[in-house]
Design a protein around this ligand. Structure first.
Ligand SMILES: [Zn+2]
Length: 75
C-alpha cells in the first residue's frame, strides 16, 4: 500500500496489545459512557482477539509518520 500523503511505500504490520482493554475510536468532542464501552460502541471491527492478546492489521509510513487502519467503527 502506498501512503496517501506522500505516495511512498508503506510498511505493513499490526498493532499489538492485550485483551484487557479494547482498541476503540472516540470522535473528538464525544465522551463514551461506561455503558457505551460495555456495548462495544467505538470498537474497531478490524481488531482480532486471540486469548488475552489482540492484533490490528495496519500500514505505517515512516516518512510521514502516519498509520493507516482499514476498519469500521461499531455503533
Ligand atoms: Zn507518507
Amino acid at each position: 500500500m502506498n501512503c496517501p500523503y506522500c505516495g511512498k511505500e508503506m510498511t505493513p504490520g499490526e498493532i499489538l496489545g492485550d485483551a484487557r482493554s479494547s482498541v476503540r475510536f472516540q470522535p473528538e468532542g464525544v465522551k463514551y459512557t461506561f455503558g457505551d464501552t460495555l456495548c462495544g460502541i467505538g470498537k474497531l471491527t478490524a481488531l482480532r482477539t486471540k486469548c488475552v492478546t489482540f492484533h490490528l492489521p495496519a500500514n505505517f509510513c515512516s516518512h510521514c509518520r502516519k498509520l493507516i487502519i482499514d476498519t469500521e467503527v461499531a455503533r
